[in-house]
Design a protein around this ligand. Structure first.
Ligand SMILES: O=C(O)CCC(=O)C(=O)O
Ligand SMILES: [Fe+2]
Length: 319
């Protein structure tokens, strides 16, 4: 939500007058200007211009939501679901989603999807998960029908507007950079866009893999068009302090040709059906990469392949 105050504050930031910009935003926030509240919430989240302060960010998004910002309301719901900037409150997140669904059909669809999940009052999946073993070394298992067709379709629809060319971690700088190794397009769902349904799906991946939901990096949705691929790589990171020990891939469609997930040693090609989840181990308990975990997404030859991908760390990530 942009307001005159925000435009003026941006102008002041760009002309090297951050203190005046902050004063202006602070005054507008004390009048409950939704744009100023949301802008300040984002500054507290980004932690560049002001110190990172997640509890304050959550509080400011909450106030911006009350003042009428729908974007802030969606972020506040996501924070309540995942416990960002304060305790998680699943029931409150659902209550807020219900409220939003009265005027927002997208929120209504999300609510419907959640109502079809079997969840505890904390948003955790009920029931157990069983997998078929595909290989011992590398350690690869497959969970059939982990996501429903409706859940797969929901993730694709949510991801489509944000699709941009994929990036990989530059080993020299640690920055995310484009690279011909990975030619797919992707959208990530960082905490601000990990809405309650997406959070519940992340909790399902955590429960099935026996990990804590906070060990997961943001869920990514990948799209490969004909010719696009993810060449042989390791998901483990060299010298990582908090290693990517596991990868969970969920196939969101199956109406395409080619595009198998391929492990080279030994030669294993996997093509899941829509909703199937493939879990594999990238590193041992000490964080040492498993050399047999090298894998690729083979080029798609016809149609489009959609995949949900979650890299899971050894320990919960600190945000
Ligand atoms: O596209 C695939 O099947 C592989 C994806 C992958 O390797 C990843 O997301 O880390
Ligand atoms: Fe990978």
């Amino acid at each position: 939500m942009t307001s005159n105050v925000v435009e003026e504050a941006q102008r002041l930031f760009h002309s090297g007058q951050p203190q005046r910009a902050m004063d202006l935003l602070g005054q507008a926030a004390s009048r409950n200007d939704p744009g100023a509240l949301e802008y300040l919430a984002n500054l507290c989240l980004a932690g560049k211009i002001v110190n990172r302060d997640l509890p304050l960010s959550r509080d400011l998004f909450h106030r911006a939501a009350i003042a009428g910002s729908e974007t802030a309301a969606a972020i506040y719901r996501a924070f309540m679901a995942s416990g960002t900037g304060g305790p998680a409150d699943w029931n409150k997140a659902i209550e807020l989603l219900e409220l939003a669904s009265r005027s927002d059909p997208e929120a209504g669809r999300e609510l419907q999807l959640i109502s079809e999940m079997r969840l505890s009052s904390e948003g955790d999946p009920l029931g157990t998960f069983s997998a078929d073993r595909i290989s011992n070394s590398p350690d690869v298992v497959m969970y059939r029908s982990l996501f429903t067709d409706a859940e797969c379709d929901f993730l694709i629809a949510r991801a489509m507007p944000g699709m941009v060319p994929s990036t990989v971690v530059d080993p020299q700088t640690g920055e995310l950079v484009p690279n011909p190794i990975r030619t797919s397009d992707a959208t990530g769902f960082p905490l601000v866009s990990e809405s309650p349904a997406i959070h519940a799906l992340c909790r399902r991946l955590a429960a099935a893999s026996g990990t804590h939901v906070k060990q997961g990096e943001p869920l990514q949705i990948l799209r490969y068009r004909p010719g696009q691929e993810y060449r042989a790589h390791f998901d483990a990171i060299g010298n990582a302090d908090n290693q990517r020990v596991l990868t969970f891939l969920v196939y969101l469609n199956d109406d395409f040709e080619g595009g198998e997930t391929h492990f080279a040693k030994p030669d294993i090609k996997v093509k899941g059906r829509k909703g199937d989840g493939l879990l594999f181990r990238n590193a041992d308990a000490d964080g040492r990469p498993d050399l047999n975990s090298q894998h690729s997404g083979l080029p798609v030859t016809a149609g489009e392949k959609f995949l949900a991908s979650r890299w899971i760390r050894e320990r919960p990530l600190q945000y």
